[in-house]
Structure formats: structure tokens, C-alpha cells
Design a protein around this ligand. Structure first.
Ligand code: 13P
Ligand code: SF4
Length: 324
């Protein structure tokens, strides 16, 4: 009889979204990663957009950007492997300067992080003297260092209102800023950055989904254009969407967001029908089981932060985490 390994035990969890033949391909890496985590005293933090074999197969902590930042602070291990994109690994490193933080593929970037530089933020400050800068975590450490405070999609409104001012600069996601502006009296100056995954959704998509799938509940991420959010039944961070599905148990649902997210929640909610328009994030998809295994075997790629920006960037992230 073949030995029972971690991969054998885990298949039950993912059988509704991964075929047995696919799992047989994944199993050697899943088993090796579990062994390597023990050997290296490592934990894997995975974003909700990671594929199910990573999310359910090897991750120790999963969540949205806010949860990953919060959990990174509590990690009791020598090594953190960030299964997500580069800004998430930088945030984990900022909060754990003494730990080794690895990202399995250094090219896992983000169109929002690419859309703005530290120099852009300095110019914005010159143009709007005295107006505080609220920076989405989807940015480089250098941009965070020029900011007063960070935010995620899960706490953006709370962060904006926590400053007690009539006007803020919120960057770089124009749509997130416009969606938050609709919920608050604080005036918001924004930047023209967009998420290349969420900007592709349109109100026509929502209408088509409603026409083709009667009774469907539409959930949208706030990185979607405001016209899409306006037609949705609920908008929130990836964690807020997962929570909505688990609590409300809609019969039929669509998540206007990256498509691995639906697979991950579907595996946990077998009775719910997920309609899946598939917009993939090419950056998130650079992370694979094989690359996670290799990262642990070789202890690469280690994330480092320029010491000239680390302290100021950390301050902006810690200020965000202090807002409850
Ligand atoms: P959240 O998980 O914080 O909602 O972020 C979504 C996203 O696009 C991260 O890259
Ligand atoms: Fe960036 Fe969008 Fe990909 Fe998230 S989904 S990493 S915001 S490009």
C-alpha cells in the first residue's frame, strides 16, 4: 500500500477543484514543501489569489493583503516564504527585518506598484502642500517611505477617516480611490494607476452575467471601475468577499476579481455554484509549487529593502496596522 503523505491527506480538501491526475503531478512538490518547511523552520504566507494547490496544499497562513501584513508580524519562524507578489513580500520584510523573507519568483510584480515612483509622490506633495498621503500597500517600499500612512482595500475608508482631515491624496489606484470617495465626506485626490486584472471588468459584464445566470449574486473588488462596483451587490477586499460567501451562502455567485479566488472558496463551499469569468493576474501566477519548493531548497530569492527607505516605509505600514 502506498504511504500516506501530507499530499494524500490534503486531496480531500481540493478534490472539487483539482482533478486526481493533476494532484498526482502536484503531490511530490506538496510533500517536499512540507518536509522543507520543517527542516528550515519556515512558514508560507499565501494570498487569496494563489492557486488551490498552493492555497490549500502548502500555505500556513492565507488571506487578503491586510491579513497577510497583520499575520506577518506574528510569525514565529526563521523563514517566511511569500506566495504572492513582490510588494507583499516587501511588507512582510518591513515588519520582520530580522527574518529571511523569500519570494519564489522575483518577477512577480503588480501593475499598481509599477504605476508610481517615489519622485511622483514628492511632486504630488509639492502640488498639494500639507495634504496627507495615503498609500495603497500595492506599492514599492520607496513609495511607502514617502507616505504618511498605508491602506489596503480592506481598511481604506477607515484609514482615510482616521486622519481627521478634509482632504487626502490617495494613491496609486484611481478606482479604489473613487470607490472610497463615494463612501466618505473626505475629499480624495488620486493618481491614474489601475490593476490590470480588475480594470478589465465592465458594467456590461455584470449585466450579461445577471441575464445569463438568474438570481446570481455579484461581488466586486474595489479595484474594479466604480461603474462595476455600482452594479454589484457587494464590494470588498478578497477577504471580505470570502467572508460574504461563507456567511450569506448565496446559491449562485460571481466574484469580479482574480479567478483563482473562486476556486479557493469553492473548495470550502461545495454547495455554492460559482460562475467564473476568468481574469488571471500574470504576476500572481508566476508563483508555482515547483518554485516554492526551489525557494526553500536554495533559500532564494531573499527580499531586501534599501536601508535608506526601510524605516520610513515601516512607519507608514505600522501606522496603518495601529488603526483598528
Ligand atoms: P486584497 O487581497 O487586499 O483585497 O488585494 C487584492 C489584490 O489585488 C492584491 O494584489
Ligand atoms: Fe497587482 Fe492587480 Fe495582480 Fe493584485 S491582481 S497583484 S493589484 S495586478
Amino acid at each position: 500500500m502506498p504511504a500516506i503523505t501530507p499530499a494524500t491527506g490534503l486531496y480531500e480538501k481540493v478534490k472539487s477543484v483539482i482533478l486526481p491526475a493533476e494532484w498526482s503531478e502536484f503531490a511530490p512538490d506538496v510533500d517536499a514543501i512540507h518536509r522543507l518547511k520543517r527542516e528550515k523552520n519556515a512558514v508560507i504566507l499565501a494570498h487569496n489569489y494563489q492557486t488551490p494547490e498552493i492555497f490549500h496544499g502548502v500555505a500556513d497562513i492565507v488571506g487578503d493583503s491586510l491579513a497577510l501584513a497583520r499575520e506577518a508580524m506574528k510569525v514565529d519562524a526563521d523563514v517566511i516564504v511569500l506566495a504572492g507578489v513582490h510588494f507583499m513580500a516587501e511588507t512582510a520584510k518591513l515588519l520582520n527585518p530580522a527574518k529571511r523573507v523569500l519570494i519564489p519568483d522575483l518577477r512577480a510584480g503588480c501593475s499598481l506598484a509599477e504605476s508610481i515612483t517615489a519622485e511622483d509622490v514628492r511632486l504630488l506633495r509639492q502640488r498639494w502642500p500639507g495634504v496627507p498621503v495615503v498609500t495603497y500597500v500595492n506599492t514599492s517600499a520607496a513609495v511607502k517611505a514617502e507616505s504618511d500612512i498605508c491602506c489596503t482595500s480592506g481598511n481604506a475608508r477607515k484609514i482615510v477617516e482616521s486622519l481627521g482631515v478634509p482632504k487626502v491624496i490617495m494613491l496609486p489606484d484611481e478606482y479604489l480611490a473613487q470607490n472610497i470617495a463615494k463612501e466618505t465626506n473626505v475629499e480624495i485626490i488620486t493618481w491614474a494607476g489601475h490593476c490590470e486584472v480588475h480594470e478589465r471588468f465592465s458594467p456590461a459584464d455584470v449585466r450579461q452575467l445577471r441575464a445569463g445566470h438568474p438570481g446570481i449574486v455579484v461581488l466586486a473588488h474595489p479595484e474594479c471601475p466604480p461603474e462595476v462596483v455600482a452594479e454589484a451587490d457587494f464590494a470588498g477586499s478578497t477577504a471580505a468577499m470570502a467572508d460574504y460567501v461563507t456567511r450569506q451562502k448565496p446559491g449562485r455567485v460571481v466574484l469580479m476579481t482574480e479567478c483563482s479566488m473562486s476556486d479557493n472558496i469553492a473548495a470550502l463551499n461545495p454547495g455554492i455554484e460559482f460562475v467564473r469569468p476568468c481574469n488571471l493576474c500574470p504576476h500572481m501566477k508566476r508563483i508555482t509549487l515547483a518554485k516554492i519548493r526551489r525557494a526553500l531548497e536554495t533559500m532564494r530569492h531573499e527580499v531586501t529593502i534599501d536601508p535608506s527607505v526601510a524605516a520610513a516605509a515601516r512607519r507608514a505600514v505600522e501606522r496603518m496596522l495601529a488603526v483598528r
